[in-house]
Write a protein that binds this ligand. Structure first.
Ligand code: UN1
Length: 497
């Protein structure tokens, strides 16, 4: 499909695509997709006011009813899956299968959130006083600001949004300046659900288009109760303290530097498939991408040879074309960082295979994914470069492998390939991986929405998506109720007046 058809199918109009200074280019061929108007600081302030008034109405709507709106959103997303998936591909360059997968994640989280809307459970707690009862209640939190990155233009938004809405919180979404169109199209799909729902307050979802100045309004406003931000550690270091200064809440999902340990007992066939998908998928630009391979000396040679064989034949090119496995990098800057990282890796003793410009594809930044064999975990290996670079290191004892796996500033995702249950259980134990995600016999990327998603250390500590991540969008209240005729004090204190 031509670019114009994809934009039209996603219901983007000329009015959306013209009239402003924010140029959006497709990484596929550099074509200009639109020149968008951006929001001013005062526009965003008005959005916050609107969201605040929406909150006052929405927080009183019963949660299962709020879930109904998300059920309808999930239905609309099912209908629009192909169109939105293609737009995601057009705008961020991931292959169509992954664009569609991203929309599927949105649908899945809607389903989860609908169920969750009937399960915003609190606890009942034993009181130490006679005739008293204690419980914990979860209430809507307030306006949520959701900041997302170019590499996943829609799924992390949906993880936040679907839960926020069932929890009672309106959302202001600041998408990446590189992928605003997917956000506008998503908001339009949500509008359809709102229409069918009938009685939703105005402003449950507002999209703020612009750069850092927009983010600044959201992070510093006392009327934005929660900031959930996905992006670089650098961004998190700016956002985190700003929100903390006003005692706002944050969910931060920042960098990853994810490793796989391949043990001698590993199923190498599956390991190769998992490595290639997680290292070159989304052109190495997932926060969960595999960046470090820690291979046992006994299987290293065989594994690296097999990988080099697959890498040499990877179909690189138009991500909309059937059969392509590697699309373009997002832009020139990404290309430069990849080049620089490879130069540094060489200077630090690495041997690079691949990594150059891909032949025969023009218009975008198409590269050969790189394998870098490196004797030590040097500075560049410990740094997250958002590109398809796979560093390969060797180990002899599992202990040594786990030390290498953990010895990076980031702590998002990790995995081990081994058929030895003693090894896999150690890897998942307190003596093992220090990451938020630790997998056995699958790669580090492609997490399902049912689990909590996020990581430790410089990854930011936030958890989104499944499990009890919904609690971040609510405030916890502890209630003590006295149904006796006395007034005993806690801790047995006597206070006679
Ligand atoms: C991201 O790269 O920011 O686990 C999100 C995965 C996807 C989400 C990645 N479900 O790879």
């Amino acid at each position: 499909m031509a670019h114009k058809e994809i934009l039209a199918a996603a219901l983007l109009t000329d009015a959306d695509l013209t009239g402003g200074a924010l140029e959006v280019n497709s990484p596929i061929d550099g074509a200009l997709l639109g020149s968008l108007a951006t929001h001013s600081v005062s526009d965003v302030q008005a959005m916050i006011a609107q969201a605040k008034s929406a909150f006052n109405a929405w927080k009183l709507v019963p949660a299962p009813r709020r879930g109904e709106l998300i059920r309808l959103f999930g239905e609309e997303l099912r209908t629009a899956k192909e169109e939105l998936g293609a737009l995601v591909t057009l705008e961020c360059g991931k292959i169509l299968q992954e664009g569609l997968g991203e929309v599927q994640e949105m649908i899945d989280i809607c389903d989860l959130a609908v169920g969750q809307s009937r399960q915003l459970f609190g606890l009942t707690i034993a009181s130490e006083r006679p005739g008293h009862t204690m419980r914990e209640t979860w209430h809507p939190l307030g306006v949520a600001g959701v900041i997302t990155a170019f590499n996943f233009p829609v799924a992390p938004f949906a993880w936040n949004f679907a839960l926020a809405i069932v929890c009672g919180d309106p959302v202001i979404w600041k998408p990446s300046e590189k992928t605003p169109l997917s956000a506008i199209a998503t908001a339009r799909i949500f509008e359809k659900a709102v229409k069918r729902f009938g009685e939703a307050p105005e402003g449950l979802l507002q999209v703020a288009i612009g750069g850092g100045e927009i983010g600044e309004v959201l992070t510093t406003s006392r009327d934005v109760a929660l900031i959930s931000a996905t992006g670089s550690t650098r961004m998190g270091k700016i956002v985190g303290p700003k929100v903390a200064e006003r005692f706002g809440k944050t969910v931060l999902e920042l960098g990853g530097n994810n490793a796989m340990i391949v043990a001698p007992s590993a199923d190498l066939e599956n390991a190769v498939r998992a490595i290639v998908f997680s290292a070159v998928g989304t052109c190495g630009q997932r926060c969960t991408s595999l960046r470090r391979l820690i291979v046992h000396a006994d299987v290293r040679e065989e594994l690296v040879e097999r990988l080099k064989g697959v890498y040499a034949k990877l179909p690189i090119g138009d991500p909309l074309a059937h059969g392509t496995l590697v699309g373009p990098l997002i832009d020139a800057d990404a290309n430069t960082s990849m080049k620089k990282a490879l130069e540094q890796a060489k200077a630090e003793g690495g041997t690079v295979t691949g990594g150059g410009k891909a032949e025969g594809v023009t218009g975008g930044y198409y590269v050969h994914p790189a394998i870098v064999e490196i004797p030590r975990q040097t500075d560049i290996v410990r740094h997250e470069t958002f590109a398809p670079i796979l560093y390969v290191m060797t180990y002899r004892t599992l202990e040594e492998a786990i030390i290498l796996q953990n010895d990076v500033p980031q702590g998002l995702s990790s995995c081990i390939f081994s058929t030895d249950v003693r090894e896999t259980e150690i890897f998942l134990s307190a003596a093992g991986s220090d990451c938020g995600i630790a997998n056995v016999n699958i790669g580090p990327s492609g997490a399902e929405i049912g689990g909590a998603f996020g990581g430790e250390k410089e990854t930011g500590g936030g958890r989104e998506s499944g499990s009890d991540a919904w609690k971040a969008y609510m405030r916890r209240q502890t209630n003590t109720v006295n149904y006796s005729r006395e007034l005993p004090l806690a801790q047995g204190i006597k206070f006679e007046i």
